[in-house]
Every structure is written in structure tokens, then in C-alpha cells.
Design a protein around this ligand. Structure first.
Ligand SMILES: O=C(O)CCC(=O)C(=O)O
Ligand SMILES: [Fe+2]
Length: 568
């Protein structure tokens, strides 16, 4: 019974379900077993001839070997330039990408007729397909050796702790209390680092225990740390858990950040703003020191997956515990990388007045006081709706990553839930959770079980309109349904480019022009929420209760539950 009801609403949001990989079973099973995605798929049109060939029934190979040493390479090269080959691990299968379709066609006919080394080869055309987020990219080199690190300022000391010391340290950490407010368990020593704001909380302190002090002293002697650390964060990662790509806040910490690994090995990914990627395997007992360019310019992160690809082989992850040692910074950062530096970010100009097309010129915030009754306030019409119409496509290009806590909210909803995403923008949350149906609000009156609202409430210019919007969201959900609301915070995190002094501000948006001339700046009206403002606004709503209220990604957020019908 339950199943039947669910199947009505459980939409599959994976785009193009027909586009499975070349050998569908191979690809699915392979991905399940290894976590690695084959970067090719069967062409949409079965008759299409592409520049990629799928070749099966090949002689056995070692997928970590250089593809140029595979016997298929010289044969294919006879017909044109081979751009790359992908040797599928554990399978006698390879994909060959030529620079042009003509060469692929010739090689395809030859291989179909003559095979390889006297053996029949099964050949089909394939299409290249994007790697999915979180899957290892076999094209990014991964090293576990210090000598191969090519990121300036990155130092890897493989046997920093002996296996006995590593085990002993892990046991000592496990005897202490873990905090579990994040998705990962953490411990803080010295000052506390707040992962939400990515800033240090200088009030909370907990002394370094002697075993951590000893490790810190050794790192200092070995120049893996440049300053005596006064902050250490211990992170626990279960298989499948990671940390999103980030540059440790420049203004929060001095140069020289040290990560010591315990338990399992993991691959840490480094990305430079110039588009370069490098992967580093961190083995248990190793110490990775980020100094200079690697600390200030490169972002580092760990993908949420269960195994990593190292030298073409899969390494399963187990529980990993890392100790990150840092020295907090008390003055603005003056590094050589201003584009990555929160202390040196240039603010977008904020003119006092705006010249409107009808010739009038005024300070837009003066419009705020002319809001009258039910009519759409002038400030929202000119500085929210008209502005978003102008910037829509550029805005959408810059908003593509789902925020983890919003995604977690969606993922935590019961199977088959129906969700209204109010203010869904370019729909970046549509594919976050496949077990729920995310539908347009106005088409599903009365059907919606839960609602999320992001980036709408902070554009409403009066308290009455804000309350109305929240009540409207609650009207849409059933009793027991949840409403998640995000609204911009006056207290911005360190990664934010904005600094707000007032609760109502004009926030510029810089729009690139198509003719390459100077960017145009448009002004968006925003009401910035202070701590507790959202829950206080909701307090007067008798038919809903505030389940949670928190700060995330420079927004204040509330999660409400509708406890009864409005008029009950
Ligand atoms: O777990 C690690 O090795 C790194 C942690 C990290 O990058 C951080 O806490 O900023
Ligand atoms: Fe970090």
C-alpha cells in the first residue's frame, strides 16, 4: 500500500536515464565496487560515430600502466593522433579517444576486421561523459611521495609518527570527549575553530594535552610548523566522509598549517585558482605541512567517498583521524595572494545614490520608508525584481553548488516526501535527494509536505511582509511538515565578501558586460537578519514550532514544524 502511494511521487531526477555507460552492467557494478566512474558512456544515438572507441576482449593489462605502453596504442596511432586512453581496472576493456572522428572511424574498421595480436576485439563508439561530483578523476595525478609534490610550499613527511606512536595517539584521543555537532566528530585544543564561520573562537580554550604538545614541538623542530601552534583541531572521518575544498581563512591563521594523519590513508585534493589539480595520498603517521603558496593560494579538501584511486589502484578508506595544528593570527593577512585573501578583498563600490532611467537620482534606501500597506513596495520592485531580471543568468552561473546543510535537510526527509523549493533559482537542489519529489510551489497547492526557502526572505522590506511569507510557507505544508528558511545574516562569515553595518543595505552586484567594457553595478535591496531575529519573527505563529535555529554559510536559518492547522 505504502509502496503504491510512494511510486506516484517518487520522481527520478537523474537526467537522461537512458545514457548509461557503454557496458551498462560493467559501469554500474564497477562504480559500486570501486567508487570510480568510467568517463565514457554509450552514445545517445546508437548509429552515431564519435571520436571515442570502446574496445573489449583485449589482452590483460594493469590499469596503472602508462596507456601509451598498451598494445592498442601503437595500432590506433596508425590511424591518427590518440588524445588519451582509459584502461578500465580489472577488465580487458579500454577506451580510446582520438583527436578527430575520422581517425576513430578508420581505427574502428581496422580493429573490427583484424582484431589485436590475432585476437578478436569488440569495438563500439562511445561518448565522453563528465565525472560525477565526488568520484575520483583518474586523470588527476596522485602521489604519496614527498619528492613528487609539485605544489609550492607543500611538504609531506611520510613517517612523522611511528606505527606505535600513531596507535598510542589515537588511543589517547579516543579517551577524550568527541564533539558531534558537525557531520564529522571533532575535538578542539587551544582555541576552538568554528567550522561554520571558519573563524577562531578566542574565548573557548582547552589546554593541549602533553602528547599533543610533544607532537607540536617535534613538528616545530622539523620546520613543519613555522610558529608554536595554539590551536589544534582533531577531525574524525568515517569512510565516505570528507571535508569540502577550502583555503584555511587567511586572517584566522598564520602561515604553516600541519595535518597529521592517523588510522586510515586518504587522498587530499589540492586545487589552484588557475585550474590545476593535484592529489596527495596521506598515509597513517604522515605529516603534511602547508606553507606559502600551498597554504594561501591552493584549496585543499577530501572527497566524500569510500575509496581513493592511487597509482591506478583502489585504496579502501577506514576510519581516519587527523590533527590539524595552527597558530591563530591577530592582525590582518598581508600575503601575496590578494584574490584568496579575506583581509585584502576589494569591496564592490557602493554608491550612495542611484540614477534611475526616468532621470531621478536618489538614495534607494529612502524608498524603504514609503512602503504602504499591501502594495508591493517600490524598493522591492526596483531593487529586487527588476535587478534579478537583469542579473538572472549571471547570478545563476555563480550559484551551482548545493549547500551541505540544505542538501542534508532534503536527504533526511522521509522517502516519497513532496517538497516545495520556494525561490529555487536555477534548481540546484532538485537532484540532491532522489527519494523525494521537489516540485513547483504554485502547482501543488495542498499537496506539499515540506518546504525550503532560501534567499527570498531577505529581500522583503517590512516585518509584516516577512511574517506573511513565513505564514504562506506554513500554509503550503501539511501538519507535521517541515519548513526550512535561510535568510542572509548581518554577521557574515570570513569567507564572505560582504561586511554589513546595518540591517537594511543595498548590496551591489557586479555584472560583466558582453562588450568586455567595465562591469555594471546594480544595487539589490537586502534586509540582513541578526541572531534570533528569525525565531523571534516565528514566535507569534501559534501553529508552528521552531525546531532548530542556526547560522550556516552566512545565513541565519530556522527549521519550523507545522504542529496544527492555522485555525484549529
Ligand atoms: O583532515 C585534514 O587532514 C585536514 C583538515 C582541514 O583541512 C582543516 O581542518 O582545515
Ligand atoms: Fe584546512
Amino acid at each position: 500500500m505504502r509502496k503504491e502511494t510512494l511510486s506516484l511521487y517518487a520522481f527520478d531526477f537523474s537526467h537522461q536515464p537512458t545514457q548509461l555507460a557503454m557496458s551498462m552492467r560493467l559501469s554500474r557494478k564497477f562504480r559500486k565496487a570501486t567508487g570510480l566512474h568510467i568517463p565514457y558512456k554509450r552514445p545517445n544515438d546508437p548509429a552515431a560515430e564519435t571520436r571515442h572507441l570502446y574496445c573489449a576482449n583485449l589482452p590483460e593489462h594493469d590499469s596503472s600502466q602508462d596507456w601509451r605502453s598498451h598494445p592498442l596504442f601503437p595500432v590506433c596511432s596508425e590511424f591518427g593522433e590518440v588524445e588519451t586512453m582509459f584502461l578500465v581496472p580489472y577488465k580487458p576493456v579500454a577506451y580510446v579517444t582520438f583527436v578527430d572522428e575520422g581517425s576513430a572511424r578508420k581505427a574502428c574498421s581496422f580493429l573490427r576486421e583484424s582484431g589485436l595480436s590475432g585476437k578478436l576485439v569488440h569495438v563500439q563508439y562511445a561518448e565522453a561523459c563528465e565525472k560525477r561530483p565526488g568520484e575520483p578523476n583518474p586523470a588527476i595525478p596522485c602521489t604519496s611521495l614527498s619528492k613528487d609534490l609539485v605544489v609550492e610550499g607543500l611538504i609531506l613527511k611520510e613517517d612523522f609518527l611511528s606505527p606505535e606512536e600513531s596507535e598510542d595517539t589515537l588511543n589517547q584521543l579516543d579517551e577524550l570527549e568527541w564533539e558531534s555537532s558537525l557531520s564529522r566528530r571533532v575535538q578542539h585544543f587551544g582555541f576552538t575553530f568554528d567550522y561554520a564561520t571558519r573563524r577562531v573562537n578566542t574565548l573557548k580554550t582547552r589546554a593541549f594535552p602533553p602528547f599533543l604538545l610533544r607532537i607540536a614541538q617535534r613538528a616545530l623542530r622539523e620546520k613543519l610548523l613555522l610558529f608554536e601552534p595554539d590551536q589544534c583541531t582533531v577531525n574524525e572521518y568515517q569512510p565516505g566522509q570528507g571535508i569540502r575544498s577550502h583555503v584555511d581563512t587567511h586572517s584566522a591563521f598564520e602561515d604553516g598549517i600541519l595535518s597529521v594523519s592517523l588510522g586510515s590513508s586518504v587522498v587530499m585534493e589540492f586545487r589552484s585558482p588557475d585550474g590545476l589539480s593535484k592529489n596527495v595520498q596521506l598515509k597513517p603517521g604522515s605529516a603534511l605541512s602547508m606553507q606559502g603558496e600551498s597554504r594561501y593560494k591552493w584549496a585543499h579538501g577530501i572527497s566524500n567517498r569510500k575509496s581513493d584511486l592511487v597509482d591506478g589502484k583502489f585504496v579502501q578508506r577506514c576510519r581516519r583521524v587527523s590533527m590539524t595544528f595552527r597558530k591563530i593570527k591577530t592582525s590582518p593577512c598581508k600575503c601575496e595572494f590578494p584574490e584568496q585573501c579575506d583581509s585584502q578583498l576589494a569591496p564592490i563600490p557602493k554608491p550612495r545614490t542611484v540614477q534611475y532611467t526616468d532621470g531621478t537620482e536618489l538614495d534607494p534606501l529612502t524608498l524603504l520608508h514609503h512602503a504602504d500597506g499591501d502594495k508591493e513596495p517600490e524598493i522591492e520592485r526596483r531593487h529586487v525584481h527588476e535587478v534579478y531580471d537583469t542579473i538572472a543568468s549571471h547570478f545563476s552561473e555563480t550559484r551551482y553548488k548545493p549547500w551541505p546543510k540544505v542538501a542534508a535537510f532534503l536527504q533526511g526527509l522521509p522517502f516519497g516526501s513532496i517538497v516545495a523549493d520556494v525561490g529555487c533559482g536555477n534548481g540546484r537542489y532538485l537532484a540532491c535527494a532522489k527519494h523525494i519529489a521537489v516540485i513547483a510551489l504554485d502547482r501543488c497547492k495542498g499537496l506539499v509536505e515540506h518546504a525550503t526557502e532560501k534567499a527570498v526572505l531577505h529581500h522583503l522590506s517590512t516585518p509584516a511582509r516577512r511574517l506573511n511569507a513565513i505564514e504562506e510557507l506554513l500554509r503550503l505544508v501539511k501538519v507535521g511538515g517541515r519548513v526550512l528558511i535561510y535568510a542572509w545574516a548581518k554577521e557574515q562569515g570570513s569567507e564572505s565578501r560582504f561586511h554589513f553595518s546595518n540591517s537594511d543595505e543595498m548590496v551591489p552586484w557586479s555584472l560583466p558586460t558582453t562588450d568586455g567594457k567595465d562591469n555594471v553595478h546594480v544595487q539589490r535591496y537586502c534586509h540582513l537578519y541578526v541572531e534570533d531575529e528569525l525565531p523571534r519573527l516565528c514566535e507569534g505563529i501559534s501553529y508552528a514550532s521552531v525546531e532548530r535555529s542556526y547560522w550556516d554559510c552566512s545565513n541565519w536559518c530556522v527549521e519550523l514544524i507545522k504542529v496544527k492547522e492555522r485555525n484549529e
